[in-house]
Design a protein around this ligand. Structure first.
Ligand code: NDP
Length: 327
């Protein structure tokens, strides 16, 4: 039985220096919970929002929402997992930056044999997000064109490959020419370096003046207005992140003026709250990875002790693909 495990904890919000590696209580799983020993943990931009206080969290709080490892114990009522099973998860409850933890079992998924732990840790939160963006947010059919910002990031490279596998034309944006090359290699039909070119004009040019059916925008403040201007009439704006800062309040009338646009602001955690839905989404994602349609690219690995450096790299736009922490 594990009493404590090395865990990254914050006692206050702030810069990367508030991330502290401590011994944190683990305990036994209660009803509907599992205890898992991590082999690898995923780094996500949402971890930055929690650390800085953009998304409120009760303090002190362990950090991290995604990991993979081996189930050590299961609580009463858990039937889809047993001790010794390999598993991976994305969870709304932080605590994944750790050697071991207890968490609700509903979001913990059996990891297929063909997927290793590092890949599992690098793909759950990001890949399930791509699943709901393409499958559960607005109808998108083969031949439709989607604009996807930060296309060379963790979520981005999975989105590029997902779109290619579904016959959807993805126009990506990224902050350097090298990142654009990476997005193209992973299935983006076009990629705009939005630090050099006006992406709104470029999207118009690429779509024969029409605009795109859907924008998936996780950059937020810096791209929001341009994203709306890249849509065709009746188009759908999916605003799902704030890497450059939160979107300022805007007038609903803007949507009418710009062509009866639609807008939604979804989060993964609503989509995976139900166990059956979460497990079904994970199976769809695993199938894409096992078939080779999607290859999870891990471009950065950090020991758990260097978690602050991992955050610095992510915030400085220095990472591509997924980043994992090794406990
Ligand atoms: P990424 O690996 O995509 O990293 C974020 C990227 O955003 C950067 O690499 C950078 O790419 C781009 N960016 C643009 N402007 C800035 C800025 N001012 N500061 C920092 N980065 C900037 O992260 P993730 O894959 O972890 O997540 C991608 C996005 O998706 C995040 O915004 C995240 O919050 C969101 N998300 C939302 C979910 C939801 O359900 N709502 C779930 C999962 C993720 P470049 O240099 O190419 O511009």
């Amino acid at each position: 039985m594990t009493d404590t495990a090395k865990t990254v904890v914050i006692h206050e919000t702030g810069g990367p220096e508030v991330l502290k590696l401590e011994n944190w209580p683990v305990g036994d799983p209660g009803p509907g919970e599992v205890r898992i020993r991590h082999q690898a943990c995923g780094l996500n931009f949402i971890d930055v929002y929690l650390r800085t206080g953009l998304y409120p969290v009760d303090l002190p709080s362990p950090m991290g929402m995604e990991a993979a490892g081996v189930i050590e114990a299961v609580g009463e009522g858990v039937t889809h997992l047993k001790p010794g099973d390999r598993a991976a998860y994305a969870s709304a409850r932080p605590g994944a930056y750790s050697q071991a933890r207890v968490l609700p079992a509903a979001q913990v998924c059996p990891l297929p044999d063909g997927i290793d732990f590092e890949t599992g840790a690098a793909m759950m939160l990001k890949g399930l997000t791509v699943e709901y963006l393409f499958d559960r947010t607005t109808p998108i059919k083969p031949g439709d064109t989607v604009l996807f910002h930060a296309a060379a990031g963790g979520v981005g490279l999975i989105a590029c490959q997902w779109a290619r596998s579904e016959g959807i034309t993805l126009i990506g944006t990224a902050g350097t020419d090298e990142k654009c090359a990476l997005a193209l290699e992973h299935g983006a039909a076009h990629c705009i370096n939005y630090r050099k070119e006006n992406f709104v004009e470029k999207v118009r040019e690429l779509t024969g003046g029409k605009g795109v059916a859907v924008v998936m925008d996780s950059v937020g403040k810096d791209t929001f207005e341009g994203s709306l201007d890249s849509l065709k009439p009746l188009g759908m704006m999916i605003s799902f992140g704030n890497a450059s800062g939160p979107v300022p309040p805007f007038s609903l009338a803007t949507l009418a003026q710009k062509g009866s646009l639609k807008i939604t602001r979804p989060t993964l955690f609503t989509h995976i709250a139900d166990q059956d839905a979460c497990q079904a989404m994970a199976r769809r994602l695993f199938d894409k990875v096992l078939s080779g349609d999607i290859r999870i690219r891990i471009d950065q690995r950090f020991p758990l002790e260097q978690v602050a450096d991992a955050h610095r790299a992510l915030e400085a736009r220095k990472t591509t693909g997924s980043t994992i922490l090794l406990p």
